[in-house]
Design a protein around this ligand. Sequence first.
Ligand SMILES: NC(=O)c1ccc[n+]([C@@H]2O[C@H](COP(=O)([O-])OP(=O)(O)OC[C@H]3O[C@@H](n4cnc5c(N)ncnc54)[C@H](O)[C@@H]3O)[C@@H](O)[C@H]2O)c1
Length: 389
Amino acid sequence: MGDSVPTLGVGMVGYAFMGAAHSQAWRTAPHFFDLPMRPAMRVLCGRDSAGVTAAAERLGWESTETDWKQVVANDAVDLVDICTPGDTHAAIAIAALEAGKHVLCEKPLANSVAEAQAMADAAEQAAERGVRSMVGFTYRRVPAIALARELVSQGRIGDVRHVRAQYLQDWIADPLAPMTWRLQKEKAGSGALGDIGAHIVDLTQYITGERIASVNGLLQTFVEERPLAGNGTSGGTGQVTVDDAAAFLGRFTGGALGVFEATRFATGRKNAIRIEINGSLGSLAFDFEDMNVLQFHDAQDSSQTAGFRRILVTEPEHPYTGHWWPPGHGLGYEHGFVHQVADLVAAIGRSEQPLPSFAQGLQVQQVLAAIERSSELGSWESTDERTSA
Ligand SMILES: NC(=O)c1ccc[n+]([C@@H]2O[C@H](COP(=O)([O-])OP(=O)(O)OC[C@H]3O[C@@H](n4cnc5c(N)ncnc54)[C@H](O)[C@@H]3O)[C@@H](O)[C@H]2O)c1
């Protein structure tokens, strides 16, 4: 990459799970994708000085801050990457957009529809000044998922009739698993619903090109109290204030029926994002635990040989894969984050709105809020309610 390529100064807030995944992406993307700007990893922010200094060294950042406001105020920062829990997203994103910085914000966009609405409004105003924003629904960038969207939009499965989606984990199935911010409503907004249910809401809408118009949901908390982290079973407990699992039905704008499940109690399932879509002309099926594969059934095949075919999504003709290795040399979890950075920087370079936009993040938040209302009221709920918390 020559000197003529301008620099994109990046500041990132949060340095744990997503902080590491995003750092890896900022480091790697310019080496595998031809980007219109060269990302420079200017500043990493965390609240603990020693912790953020060690993380910056490990992850490859030039400098550190302990207050995100200093990142937003930093002239060397052109883009703020938000990798913190949901309770901080709105304040950081809105301040950054108002300061003229592009924003990449982790999902779910916020902890409430009201916050997400304020963020989408700020993003719209910033876009008029050429300032871009994107929400991190990373799994869109798994090549097999992007291929599924292409096949649906080409009409290969015809009219979409059934959408079946599950996001299954088991990391808190043990009732002695300790408290974390993910189990506190004021930090996380919701539990399995917003953390992993948000992904399957986004993915199924992305693949089908349709929106979820109404929902009927059930939320359940199986374990109400857990040991506080680091205290074992004798050092006190904390109250779980979010759902452990969510199940919901959804009606798509095109008439398809959706059946969804998001849980952290599916013992034996680690990160199983399973999506099956049945259309009038065929079906598609995906499981993240076999992420390089997309299953495709063409209902027009001769019944003698018809069946699900296993497409190994590693050909140069497949989305993203031509930037990596020869066919059959599969990709992993981290590649989605590299694709996310590559798409974001490309969109900024073209002065275009990167996707998913904050407006799309807001729409997912509306679906989540409608599921919560439905679970409380025992009713079907429209997803276009704009003000519900
Ligand atoms: N795209 C995905 O697939 C994906 C996967 C996991 C998490 N996430 C999302 O990423 C976000 C972060 O999740 P995580 O798993 O990285 O959490 P984490 O607990 O691993 O890390 C959170 C980080 O934020 C820091 N932090 C918290 N409050 C802060 C503040 N006020 N100022 C500065 N730093 C602060 C913490 O110290 C920590 O470094 C959440 O919104 C989560 O939903 C997205």
